[in-house]
Design a binder for this molecule. Sequence first.
Ligand SMILES: *[C@@H]1O[C@H](CO)[C@@H](O)[C@H](O)[C@H]1NC(C)=O
Ligand SMILES: *[C@@H]1O[C@H](CO)[C@@H](O)[C@H](O)[C@H]1NC(C)=O
Length: 314
Amino acid sequence: MFSARPFLAFAALTTSALAATYSQVDSYVGSQFLSGFQHMAIADPTDGRVNYVDQATALQKNLTFTSDSTLIIRADDTTVLDASGPGRDSVRLMSNNVYENHVTVWNIRHMPQGCGTWPAVWEFGQDWPNQGEIDILEGVNDQGTDQATLHTTAGCTVTGAQQTGSAVGTDCDVYTTGNSGCSTLSSQATSYGPTFNANGGGFYAMERSNSGVKVWFWPRGSAIPSDVANGATSVDTDNWGTPFADFPSTTCDMASHFGPHNLVINLTFCGDWAGIASIFNGDGCPGDCATYVNQNPGAFTNAYFDVAWLKIYE
Ligand SMILES: *[C@@H]1O[C@H](CO)[C@@H](O)[C@H](O)[C@H]1NC(C)=O
Ligand SMILES: *[C@@H]1O[C@H](CO)[C@@H](O)[C@H](O)[C@H]1NC(C)=O
């Protein structure tokens, strides 16, 4: 019994020296999102039927709400919009801090749902696309599963991915793909939309290193690595199993395609993905997307994010 202890301590030390361990550098819970992130009252570059409001407006209209354990950001669900006026009030948060190689863990209870919604949890460099973009949680119109995506300049492709999801495209260059980039679609039904919400959401984690980008998702109630579930002060990504999305650096030099990234969480409507008529109607949504968003505020009662916390590791 006595001799087991030093042996275990030695084994743990050896393992951690070799493993992909990261230490927590930032933690956001509740009102910490109000000081650590800015509300970006800007026009949507992807032409959404949205009106992003500033922090004072968001708090006053209760579109942004925080408690000790909750961040809620949502769209207006009461106003019928004038077709010639601004789009639907919504929220876009961007982190003040920037991160290069890092790990994020998002504990999310609920995500926006409804026809016309285009929610995203993502990150990007201010010199876009030269500093790259990583989309962690994204989709439109309640459809299907989560799609994780890289957006870069030319010369970044995906080779030899080890992932449980399926590749949608392998050239990450925004200019040759009509800004689609390279994506992987999760095979987990609970990873997105109404199915995600019915399960109480779950944990999204992303690792960006010199070896590439990996994204994992664990539905709430599944076998979640304890460092992820607990928001531990350090995490070891080597224990997290095969990611659903893998973008190895084999044919994508990380240093030349990715720079310092701000983290973003936002909800837009329609625009260059959700609003394309063939997609909107193909997803079972009626009529024209902008008209639908203008005239049906009650359809957006569940168009909100409920974030339990965010931890960032380097
Ligand atoms: C909000 O999210 C969507 C989806 O990722 C993105 O395409 C759009 O540009 C974002 N809007 C803003 C203003 O960042
Ligand atoms: C604001 O939103 C929160 C979260 O949905 C809710 O609990 C609270 O009652 C709302 N406050 C008001 C004044 O409506």
